[in-house]
Write a protein that binds this ligand. Structure first.
Ligand code: B12
Length: 473
């Protein structure tokens, strides 16, 4: 486990405070109790040069604010250091009803989370600590079993956090909290299944974050670019992807709400670019077209970028929709697309990408013809993938480089994420997974994690990665 500077090492025998059982709600000084929501640091700087505004926390904060039950503070470990965490605990812990922590697998985020919680738990007034996020969604039981974790909420937090808070306030029964797993107070409690549809996106409580700190000069979008999420879930079945495990139903903001939110962000913070990190922004073709037309009609004059599945483009063609032309006309500068492989067997049998190499090339040509920068990601080192099949991926990359504008290419090493179909195949091929929460923290996606992937394969993947990293002119 990593220990952040200035933080005491967590004791695995930390006693559970009485508050963890949720019997007492702290009385605020004349006001409402507080919920602290934390997004621990991810050690990703070596691979990603920009900060990320934590939408998971904003989504939860919005639901909590709307409930009127509590005040909310957000702590972003990518922006604030250990000393700031200590200060927050010093100042606010006494009136805090619970601490919510978001974790994804790997990148040391889990370790940083445990360090933060360990520090909170050395104090006499530490309230219950509840974990959620992508890692919890796939390994809820193991996370809940950790001595520093009082409870986990599996699934979309906007559906569950308010009920959990209501239960701490004695307004509802703990066993009615959707997605809850807790092994506390001498018993195991599990709530009903958390509905997989999310909704409730947009018009976030921006005032809870220092938004200007997240605006950055993005070389592929614009000088003042902010990240945004306009949908959750995906409709495709790629066998390495977490969305499949989570099975959250696709839900998206309608084009008008999205345009209103983006216009509001522009008016408040003077942004001139938006980078969407939806799993796939273009699942709903009418919404996508509506968004493009709306940007043009409203004269918002924004550059934007998003991720797309190649099949969206094929579907648009079938329907006779000029999707790429309108995307380009509305100011889109870059489309991120997972191509995964240049080999048809791998695309079909291993990844279940539902597309062939020939069609991938064809789609990439259309993207380039519309003047949009393609950013294509690939994965090598799938279980059972042959050297010749990997060569097919590199030859596809070679062909793509002939396009103008020349696309970005990023080659990832296959990493088995728990719950996915390919994770089970990886186990059959000799992959040994971490067996603890701390172990999953150190899961480093950028190094070779599987016994069949050589250092030479890893080096070649790094060599073939070409990104535009210099700031925009
Ligand atoms: C932003 C992002 C990143 C950023 C991280 C930002 C940062 N500051 O450090 C960067 C670019 C660094 C990154 C990197 C990687 N990421 Co990433 N990333 C995302 C992304 C695009 C958005 C996350 C997000 O905010 N979503 C929107 C919010 C609203 O959804 P959410 O996070 O799922 O939160 C909901 C629930 O999980 C829950 N919840 C979340 N937190 C909490 C907390 C509490 C208390 C509760 C109750 C509930 C709760 O409620 C929320 C609302 O519904 C997602 C994909 C996606 N579109 O979601 C992938 C994703 C999270 N990444 C993933 C992966 C695999 C990676 C990488 C390994 C490789 C890659 N493909 O990019 C790397 C390596 C990271 C590492 N760990 O080392 C996986 C996670 C799988 C897992 N088991 O954790 C995802 C889901 C992509 C995917 N489909 O596979 N990533």
């Amino acid at each position: 486990m990593t220990v952040m500077l200035g933080m005491p090492a967590p004791s695995l025998t930390t006693p559970t405070p009485a508050a963890a059982c949720g019997t007492a709600a702290p009385a605020g000084p004349g006001g409402r109790p507080l919920v602290i929501l934390a997004y621990p640091k991810i050690d990703h700087e070596k691979n990603y040069v920009y900060f990320w505004m934590p939408f998971a926390l904003l989504t939860l904060a919005k639901a909590l604010r709307d409930s009127g039950m509590v005040d909310v503070v957000l702590f972003d470990g990518n922006q604030q250091d250990a000393a700031a965490w200590e200060k927050l605990l010093d100042e606010e812990l006494e009136r805090t009803l619970c601490i919510g922590v978001s974790i994804m697998t790997g990148g040391s985020q889990i370790g940083h989370a445990l360090d933060m919680v360990a520090s909170a738990k050395t104090r006499s007034h530490c309230p219950p600590v509840v974990f959620g996020g992508p890692h919890v969604n796939v390994l809820a039981e193991q996370t809940a079993a950790h001595p520093l974790v009082d409870a986990v909420l599996q699934g979309p937090g906007q559906n569950s956090i308010t009920t959990y808070v209501a239960s701490l306030l004695g307004r509802t029964r703990r066993q009615d909290v959707p997605g809850l797993v807790t092994h506390r107070c001498g018993q195991t409690l599990k709530g009903p299944v958390n509905p997989p549809r999310t909704g409730a996106m947009g018009a976030y409580p921006w005032d809870l974050l220092d938004i200007p700190r997240y605006i950055r000069d993005d070389p592929t979008v614009a000088k003042r670019t902010l990240n945004y999420i306009s949908s959750q879930g995906c409709v495709y079945v790629c066998d390495f992807c977490y969305e499949l495990v989570y099975q959250r139903k696709y839900s998206a903001m309608v084009a008008d709400d999205l345009l209103r939110d983006i216009a509001d962000l522009k008016a408040r913070y003077g942004i001139n670019g938006v980078k969407f990190y939806d799993a796939d922004f273009f699942v709903h073709l009418q919404r996508s077209m509506g968004f493009c037309e709306g940007l043009i009609e409203r004269g918002l004059d924004l550059k934007w970028a998003a991720s797309i599945n190649p099949n969206d483009i094929l579907k648009a063609r079938k329907k006779g929709l000029p999707l790429l032309e309108r995307i380009a006309a509305s100011g889109c500068t870059r489309l991120l697309m997972g191509m995964e492989s240049g080999n048809d067997r791998v695309l079909d049998e291993v990844v279940k990408k539902q597309i062939t190499r020939e069609r991938l090339l064809d789609v990439a040509r259309e993207i380039a013809d519309n003047g949009i920068l393609g950013s294509y990601t690939f994965i090598v080192g799938f279980p059972g993938e042959s050297e010749a099949e990997m060569e097919d991926t590199y030859s596809l990359i070679g062909e793509l480089r002939g396009l103008s504008p020349a696309p970005e290419t990023r080659v990832h090493l296959f990493a088995p994420y728990p719950g996915t179909g390919l994770y089970d195949k990886a186990l059959e091929h000799g992959f040994v997974p971490p067996d603890s929460l701390e172990g999953w923290s150190n899961f480093d996606y950028y190094t070779s994690l599987t016994p069949w992937t050589s250092e030479a394969t890893a080096e070649r993947a790094r060599d073939e990665t070409r990104m535009r990293l210099a700031p925009a002119q």
